[in-house]
Design a protein around this ligand. Structure first.
Ligand SMILES: [Zn+2]
Length: 285
């Protein structure tokens, strides 16, 4: 599952390669990739053809491209979705689902998705707090990389939840974009176990945790590079360029980088949580 830094890399790639270009033809090779566009593949193709793709935007892990007609093309990357820019005539990828050709005859945009959990859809834009967002994204909070992110409000929202801190951190309506990997990394940096009650954190500790989450995502983005090739590998989940820098995630039984204690893995919402038993003691009771 791509996390926020990976989605940001995709957004930058789209912005660089397709913004300002007009769609000449749309080819849907697998209807499942368009299932979120309820009017169907033919409607999707008809409405998109002739439109100019404008700015590529993101809210949390949601990604879309503004269209000249006033709506937007929303992209769900799902587990394995990739947006690729390929020269016209390049061999089709095995899991190519949607192809957009442009009037300039330049490289085409391809949506490739091995597991077909992702997809594309056209979306109306609605105004939320002075920002135009696809209707499906309207409930998603700003992420820490958003220039208009309000850290004071985010700390208050986090401490206002009577739940475990990791669950609160993953709640996309409080703060968006923090996924399982970066939540574990931020909790380790803040020396907090994810089961600690969010409403019992001091304001300073909650602020520290959010600052760590922000920092770890910026570091991941910094290592991600901005080339579309790097993104191909990364969004596919095969390379994981940030793996080398992770302190706890995926490091069960390996030594804590701070104290040397073996990292533990615990089940968490059908996934896993990784933490250091010594730096991040479980809450009592
Ligand atoms: Zn430790």
């Amino acid at each position: 599952m791509p996390e926020l830094p990976e989605v940001e890399v995709v957004r930058r790639g789209l912005h660089e390669h397709v913004a300002g270009r007009t769609v000449d033809a749309v080819e849907v090779l697998h209807p499942r990739a368009i299932r979120r566009h309820l009017a169907g593949a033919a409607d999707f193709a008809l409405r998109l053809t002739g439109q100019r793709l404008d700015a590529a935007r993101r809210r949390g892990k949601y990604l879309w491209v503004d269209l000249s007609g006033g709506d937007a093309m929303l992209a769900h990357l799902g587990m394995s979705g990739q947006m690729l820019v390929q020269p016209v005539g390049a061999p089709d990828e095995k899991h190519l689902r949607v192809r957009l050709r442009f009037t300039d005859g330049g490289p085409e945009l391809r949506f490739v998705d091995q597991r077909t959990f992702g997809g594309l859809a056209l979306a109306d834009l609605v105004e939320v707090d002075g920002t135009r967002l696809p209707r499906q994204v309207a409930h998603i909070a700003r992420d820490p990389m958003d220039p208009a992110f309000d850290p004071v409000a985010a700390v208050a929202a986090l401490r206002g939840r009577r739940t475990e801190v990791k669950r609160a951190l993953l709640d996309q309506t409080l703060v968006s974009g923090v996924g399982n990997i970066y939540a574990d990394e931020a909790l380790w940096r803040a020396r907090l176990h994810g089961l600690r009650p969010a409403d019992k954190l001091t304001r300073a500790k909650a602020a520290e945790l959010l600052a760590h989450a922000t920092q770890v995502m910026y570091e991941a983005l910094g290592e991600g590079g901005t080339s579309f090739d790097a993104l191909y590998v990364n969004v596919n989940g095969q390379s994981g360029y940030f793996d080398r820098s992770l302190a706890v995630y995926g490091r069960e039984d390996e030594p804590c980088r701070r104290c040397g204690t073996a990292i533990r893995r615990e089940p968490f919402m059908n996934r896993s949580s990784y933490s250091c038993p010594r730096c991040q003691p479980r809450p009592r009771g």
